[in-house]
Design a protein around this ligand. Structure first.
Ligand code: GLU
Length: 338
C-alpha cells in the first residue's frame, strides 16, 4: 500500500486501565523473583564497553499513564539506551517533518533481518527499511533538523530528555567504545548515502546516532518514556506534550512491525503489544492508554533480545491483561485481574 490519507477524525478512543496499584506492584515483584534466576542468554560483546555488564543485573519498572511507577530490582541503575532510542528518535523526526513524509522517506515495513543488516538497505531499490533497524534509524537520525551537527545533537538530546522528563547524559566510555568499533554502521551509512537515503554527511549521521545510543537511562526512565507513547504523547510526570497522539500511533505501529527485529512476529504472537529491545539488555513494552513496562537484564538471545526481558513482558502482559488481541465472548463475566 502506498501513502494514504491521514486518519478519519474520531473522538472515541477505546483503551482501558491497569489493575489496582497493589496488584501491579505485587506482580512486578513476583516477575522479578521468578525470572531473576534464569541464566540463559549472553551479554552483548560487539561493543567492548557493554561486554563488562553483569549478567545478574535485572530491573523492572512499570509506569501507569497517571504517572505512578512500580519497580523491582535494579530499576534505578543507569545503562546505555542503545536501540531503545530508535522509537523516540523516529517520533521526534515524525513531529519535525510530518509522519507521512517520515514514512515515505524511511519505510515502515519489516525487513525480517537482524538489527545491523546491510541487506536491509539493498532489499529494496530505494534503500528503504524501517526506523527500528540500524539502517532506518541512521537515516532517521540524518533527518534531524539543525543547521550543523551541534544543533542536530541539541535537538536529539532535548527531545529524548523530554520523553524521560529529566536531562539525559551520554556515557562517554560507551560512546568512545562504539565509535572505535563502528565499521558495521559505517558500512550501512555509506550504502544509505549511495542510495540517496542519507540527509547529512555520513560521518555526522554516524556520530549523532552513536551518541544517541550512548545516552544513559534507568529502567524507570524507559518506563516513563514508553509510557509517554501510551499516553497520547504527554509525559506522565512532567505533563509536557512531547509528541502528538497521532505520532504515538505511528511509532507504536512500527514497533509492532520491527521492534524485535527478525523475531517481531514471535513477540507479537506471544505478547500482543508493541515492544522494542536494545543490545545493552533493555526492553520496553507499551500498552496504549494504560501504561508501559521497561526491563533491564543484559543477557540476550540469538536475535539480540533480552531473555529475562521477554519472559517478564510475557508474564506481565498476561497477568495484567494487556494483550491487545485479547477478548472474551460477549456477556461472559470478566474477572478482576489477580
Ligand atoms: N548502538 C547499537 C548499534 O548500532 C544499537 C543496536 C541495538 O541496540 O540493538 O549497533
Amino acid at each position: 500500500m502506498s501513502s494514504s490519507p491521514g486518519p478519519i477524525p474520531s473522538s472515541w478512543v477505546s483503551t482501558g486501565h491497569l489493575p489496582t496499584p497493589e496488584v501491579v506492584q505485587s506482580l512486578v515483584r513476583e516477575a522479578h523473583a521468578q525470572f531473576g534466576s534464569v541464566d540463559q542468554g549472553r551479554v552483548a560483546h560487539g561493543i567492548p564497553a557493554l561486554a563488562t555488564a553483569s549478567p545478574q543485573s535485572f530491573g523492572i519498572s512499570v509506569a501507569a499513564t497517571n504517572g505512578a511507577t512500580f519497580n523491582a530490582g535494579d530499576w534505578a541503575v543507569p545503562f546505555s539506551i542503545q536501540s531503545l532510542s530508535k522509537p523516540f528518535l523516529f517520533a521526534l523526526v515524525c513531529e519535525a517533518i510530518g509522519e507521512q513524509l517520515a514514512r515515505d522517506t524511511l519505510g515502515v515495513n519489516s525487513t525480517g533481518l537482524p538489527f545491523n543488516s546491510v541487506l536491509a538497505v539493498e532489499r529494496t531499490e530505494e534503500g528503504l527499511s524501517n526506523p527500528m533497524v540500524n539502517a532506518g534509524a541512521i537515516a532517521a537520525t540524518s533527518l534531524v533538523p539543525g543547521e550543523d551537527a551541534e544543533a542536530k545533537w541539541r535537538f536529539i538530546l532535548d527531545g529524548l530528555s523530554r520523553f524521560a522528563g529529566r536531562r539525559l547524559e551520554v556515557d562517554a566510555a560507551v560512546y568512545q567504545s562504539e565509535q572505535a568499533t563502528n565499521a558495521g554502521n559505517e558500512n550501512i551509512a555509506s550504502l544509505l548515502s549511495a542510495h540517496q537515503q542519507l540527509w547529512c554527511e555520513p560521518r555526522t549521521a554516524i556520530d549523532l546516532y552513536t551518541r544517541q545510543c550512548a545516552l544513559l537511562v534507568t529502567a524507570q526512565d524507559l518506563a516513563l518514556m514508553a509510557c509517554t507513547l501510551a499516553n497520547g504523547g504527554r509525559q506522565p510526570l512532567s505533563g509536557e506534550t512531547v509528541i502528538a497522539p497521532l505520532i504515538c500511533r505511528r511509532v507504536l505501529a512500527v514497533m509492532v512491525t520491527a521492534g524485535l527485529y527478525e523475531t517481531s512476529g514471535d513477540w507479537l504472537y506471544q505478547i500482543g503489544l508493541p515492544g522494542k529491545s536494545g543490545v545493552s539488555g533493555g526492553m520496553i513494552t507499551v500498552a496504549p492508554g494504560k501504561g508501559a513496562l521497561a526491563t533491564w537484564s543484559p543477557p540476550l538471545d540469538e536475535a539480540g533480545n533480552s531473555v529475562r526481558g521477554q519472559l517478564t513482558a510475557h508474564f506481565l502482559s498476561e497477568r495484567l491483561g494487556l494483550n491487545l488481541f485479547d477478548s472474551r465472548p460477549s456477556g461472559e463475566a470478566i474477572g478482576q485481574a489477580p
